[in-house]
Design a protein around this ligand. Structure first.
Ligand SMILES: Cc1ncc(C[n+]2csc(CCOP(=O)(O)OP(=O)(O)O)c2C)c(N)n1
Ligand SMILES: [Mg+2]
Length: 557
């Protein structure tokens, strides 16, 4: 027994959250947990709607789960939980560990339609969805939702807090709470031996790194393995920043657009070592062509042989797997391995050079309205990548930013989007700023995306987490005149307007309108200055809609 004072269920949940290391909570009222956490010294931050709060908690988890911190979101039942679906679905799609605690109708009203049961309706987009139905079970159920979110394939969990139950006093004998941890699984040694033998004997192997490398905090190990074996590395979109884009063995990251080296090695390699990834096929990533020897290492055994037929499966935490492989490589070819043999790095550099030369004119496009590639290139050239966290948004901004923005330190980029909810960028950057206030947190989004979350700029202002939002304003939904030509031509069904810099001013941020390419870099510098003074900024760039993308499908054949 901990000698706790008598307290009701909500206060007890707040107490458990403190033990789990939670020091802030994203939320949208009403939920008595908001008052309870505030009394317990956990800061509640209210977003402009549920999805924004979830997305900020999501970003916080992406940035800090490797250090044991995960985000929590609370809303009311009914409309609150109904409006939260998109955010939780995105966290489930991207395997983000977080805990969602909506209110409930009360156990006395559970089965009366059209009441919305959160556990039932969220069953398919959470790893575990529970209902607190007895006050004696609170401790056990809070423990379960935190444990399941953190362990195995990460993902969101849900605990519905029924007011009639949580309003009761937690009885003596049920107030113990032991916090949970992420348990590390080590791989089987014979699998490691087989994997290393295969990699060292392959003529053109490549590594495909997923976000499990970020969750495991295993960038150093990934670099060491790559350097020892001289095997080049591509990352998934979610794992962008898990391997520095500036490394001589970096191939780049794959959305459906990617730098040419990704396409080249995806096409030509004979063995693929995939680590820290579920290997889910997605429209927002590239396919691994058939015919390769596939080594798949993941923390979740269920993902092996899911979408791809696997030759060698290795179950384990990415850091422990990479450490074991490093030891095995050293045992096989010595402590220095193949360091010093730059043949592969030279081939990689040649393909990067070819690609950069091909795209240089586009990135330098003059004139107004601006080409969005010029905007991205100007931003990429001016930010200090080591102190920046950046993210794209859905649509063409993702396809334009992903290949051309460098991520050089772990967590310097949030690559999101198995499912692609427009507007994620702003709340993601608020969550990233909460996770590390010393970073310049900047999202690049389209004008349609702004409509989904623009008001949360006020949340950044009010909560004291200054961010910078760059809007690529082409006054339309990029590419939609191809998807729906008649609707666009006859009804403009995909065009929209607005003065976003002015809106930002109305929300308490500084709005900067940029029409000429040479104004982009000074605007970013000004935004950095404003952010460092505690003020949020929005840079509205006036751009054209463009339709050229870094895609080389012919290299996959
Ligand atoms: C919530 C949601 N609804 C619909 C979509 C489908 N969608 C993807 S991109 C896009 C248009 C994006 O336009 P904009 O933000 O202006 O960026 P642009 O492509 O014009 O640069 C739409 C409608 C989505 N990703 N998310
Ligand atoms: Mg647009």
């Amino acid at each position: 027994m901990e000698g706790l004072p008598a307290m009701n269920g909500f206060d007890f949940v707040a107490h458990c959250m403190k033990k789990e290391g939670v020091d802030w909570m994203a939320c949208f009222p009403a939920n008595p947990l908001i008052e309870a956490v505030a009394k317990a010294g956990i800061r509640p931050i209210v977003f402009r709607q549920e999805r924004g709060g979830i997305q900020a908690a999501d970003a916080y988890s992406r940035q800090l789960a490797s250090k044991g911190k995960i985000g929590v979101f609370a809303s009311q039942g009914g409309p609150g939980v109904e409006n939260s679906f998109g955010g939780i679905a995105q966290a489930f799609g991207d395997a983000v560990p977080m805990v969602y605690m909506p209110g409930g109708h009360g156990t006395f009203h559970e089965d009366v339609l059209p009441g919305f049961s959160a556990p039932e309706n969220y069953e398919h987009i959470t790893k575990l969805a529970l209902d607190v139905n007895r006050i004696e079970r609170v401790s056990q159920q809070v423990r379960r939702v935190f444990h399941v979110a953190r362990n195995g394939r990460p993902g969101p969990t849900l605990l519905q807090l029924n007011g009639d139950v949580l309003g009761q006093e937690v009885p003596e004998g049920f107030t113990d709470y032991k916090p949970t941890t992420a348990i590390k699984t080590a791989p089987n040694h014979s699998d490691i031996k087989d994997g290393v033998k295969r990699l060292l004997g392959s003529s053109n192997p490549a590594i495909w790194a997923g976000q499990g490398v970020l969750y495991a905090g295993a960038t150093d190990e990934l670099m060491e393995l790559a350097e020892l074996t001289q095997i080049p590395v591509m990352t998934t979109m979610q794992a962008k920043s898990a391997f520095p884009d500036s490394h001589p063995l970096a191939l780049g990251s794959a959305n459906r657009t990617a730098p040419k080296p990704v396409w080249k090695w995806l096409g030509d390699s004979d063995t693929m070592f995939c680590v820290g990834t579920g290997l889910t096929r997605t429209n927002f990533g590239l396919e691994i062509p058939d015919g390769k020897f596939m080594i798949h290492s993941t923390i979740s055994d269920e993902d092996i042989n899911k979408d791809y037929a696997i030759d060698l499966g290795i179950v384990g935490d990415a850091k422990l797997v990479l450490q074991a492989m490093i030891e095995e490589v050293k045992a096989a070819i010595g402590d220095n391995g193949r360091r010093g043999d730059t043949a592969t790095a030279d081939r990689v550099a040649a393909v990067w050079a070819e690609w950069k030369a091909e795209w240089a004119p586009k990135l330098a496009t003059e004139g107004s309205p601006m080409n969005p590639y010029r905007v991205v290139a100007e931003i990429n050239a001016v930010v200090d990548h080591k102190n920046t966290v950046a993210t794209h948004d859905a649509g063409h901004p993702r396809d334009e930013v992903m290949p051309f923005f460098s991520a050089t330190v772990p967590f310097g980029y949030i690559g999101w989007g198995k499912t692609t909810h427009l507007g994620y960028g702003i709340p993601l950057m608020i969550g990233a700023k909460i996770a590390d206030p010393s970073k310049f947190c900047m999202n690049i989004m389209g004008d349609a995306a702004f409509g989904m979350s623009g008001l949360d700029i006020e949340t950044a202002v009010r909560s004291g987490h200054p961010i910078t939002t760059v809007v690529l304003n082409n006054s339309t939904m990029g590419g939609y005149n191809h998807h729906q030509p008649t609707a666009m031509e006859e009804f403009g069904a995909g065009n929209q307007g607005g003065d976003y810099a002015k809106i930002a001013e109305g929300l308490g941020a500084t709005g900067i309108r940029v029409e000429k390419p040479e104004e982009v870099a000074p605007a970013i510098k000004k935004a950095q200055q404003l952010n460092s003074e505690g003020k949020s900024a929005l840079i509205e760039t006036i751009t054209v809609q463009q339709m050229d993308f870094s895609m080389y499908p012919e290299l996959l054949k």
